[in-house]
Design a protein around this ligand. Sequence first.
Ligand SMILES: Cc1cc2nc3c(=O)[nH]c(=O)nc-3n(C[C@H](O)[C@H](O)[C@H](O)COP(=O)(O)O)c2cc1C
Length: 648
Amino acid sequence: MNPKYPHLCAPITLGRVTFRNRMFAAPIGGTDITADCCVGPRTPAFYELRAKGGAASVTASELVVHPATDASHMFHLDLKTPGCLASWTWVADAISRQGAVPSVELSHSGQYAGTYLVDKDKKKGLSQYGPSDWVRPDGISVKALTLDQIDDIVKAYGETAALAKRAGFQMVMVHAGHGWLINQFLSPAFNHRQDQYGGSFENRIRFARRVLQSVRDAVGSGFPIELRMSGSELFEGGYDLQGGVEIAKALEDLVDLIHVSAGSYQFGFFDTHPSMFSDHGCNVYLAAEIKKHVKVPVATIGGLNDPAQMEQIIASGMADVVEMGRAILADPELPMKVMSNRDEEIVRCLRCFTCMAERPTTGTRRCTVNPLIGRECEGLELVPAAKSKKVYVAGGGVAGMEAALTAARRGHQVTLFEKSDALGGILKSEQAIPFKYEMYQLSLSLAKMMEREEVTVLLNTELTPEILEREKPDALIIAVGSTPIVPPLPGMDGDNVVIVNNYYLEKERVKDQVVVLGGGLAGCECAVHLGMEGKQVHLVEMRDALAVDCNIRHRPILMKQVDKYTTVHTNCQGLRVTAEGLVCRNADGEEILIPGQTVICAVGQRPNRPQVDALRFGAPFVRQIGDCARVSNITNAIYQGYHAALSI
Ligand SMILES: Cc1cc2nc3c(=O)[nH]c(=O)nc-3n(C[C@H](O)[C@H](O)[C@H](O)COP(=O)(O)O)c2cc1C
């Protein structure tokens, strides 16, 4: 077989270690931390899943090298804490037994110590240390590190690296980006020292060089060191790309791979983690420029998930390695699918930030499109069913498709009934909104995989009680979805009204001045899209806040887009639609006209209960999943679909 993406699939050697391809799994903070800051029992499986999927290297994160000055409740590695070294050994082992190179990120968050504490009161009470005294934008004071503390931290990097090597890691990543401690020393915005660590470039780079030298002395030559840096801090006062080039040039002699990320914590979170509103690969230019000036290989990262784009990046010499964080959480098998020319089966990351939002919310990880994430060691991976059963699935939306696919993968004979002429359910409507296209693409990937697993798909066919009576399946999964709510307002049936779910079919009917009724997630995102298309958009919401159902990471960035592209009217209740727009009652009880040639109705969904009720006794095993059970989101639809099929 000739690989479709030969550059992406080519091995690379760093130091004395050869990596099986150019796709590296970037660090994604582990959440399974024991009370004494060791790696918990779930962690090896968290990393092993990505190693199994074919990544060339998997970096475990984020190992705090000097707990005395970096007081976050994060992973430590020392010989004093019973079981600590062993816990890391199991992580390295879990990665390397799957053919990936195990790496671990050595980190110090400096002035951002405590960032990941779920207990925000405790975070306020911590001591934060950085290069200089200052008060952070959120009011937290930072103390300047003393020269003795700096010496101690430098030593700790080396000691931790040596222990990591002893635990079985075959590479270390030194985190010098994203505004963490080493970055703070490099940054003219944060480093105001007047001693040998501040002022001139030579002084600002000194801490990084000492750290890297300490690590190199500990691990020896030939053991690869990956330097993670921000190519540019991307905020005013921080270093720019030219500064990034100088930093890379000044450190390259001590490392084997320069990993160019972007941005700085608190000042550019969405540069580091590009959202669905950014282009894929929006940070590649940083790596490409740095690569022109250094001899060591360079890695790039940021919103990458498309093999064709990644192949082009490597083939054109912009970078030697591509790293993915969220894309490999979403589909750990992405590298294997690329290596075996099955890229159309890749389940793409939606950049919805569920993964990020889950940690501050519940202290765990989750992924919208991957039901295993954060639950990798619960025995949930697919195993063939003891007996192959006849499984019927009613509904070809995302929940039904995930259930059908999973059941088929377990060896059941699956038939999926979809009453419309296409699979995808509510996700079909996302195809007209470019920044949500990957949600639509999810339905295409699921359809492709169902085809491969020989699921019988019957389109234009509603599963009825009569069919069930006649065919007697062993198991029935009901995934018949939901219907848009259309409030019974005068004028709602007019030609100037479009239901948000039908927008993709009726796009041409939407004129230049639009009122979107409903400021939930769907309404906000549609309004932003219309604004991006150059339309004048009014967004109307009855409650006092928008997108309250949205996760805490995606919401702030969505709100920025809403502010940019729409005029918002909260506490405003729609009363009737007229040819001039939407008449509403505002917070003062007055009737006002919000002008618009088109009104888009986006007030939510209602479960299709009558259809569920008709089917609910249709087989010995019955499970209701997705919106028809309770209107929710893609995360729950996928999760329930997977688990329904696992239970058969
Ligand atoms: C849930 C989550 C956890 C992360 N944890 C870490 C971490 O512990 N250390 C780190 O250096 N970067 C961390 N990152 C940043 C990623 O390594 C990566 O730089 C970023 O997500 C951009 O890459 P992507 O677009 O491929 O996801 C995290 C990102 C996410 C989404």
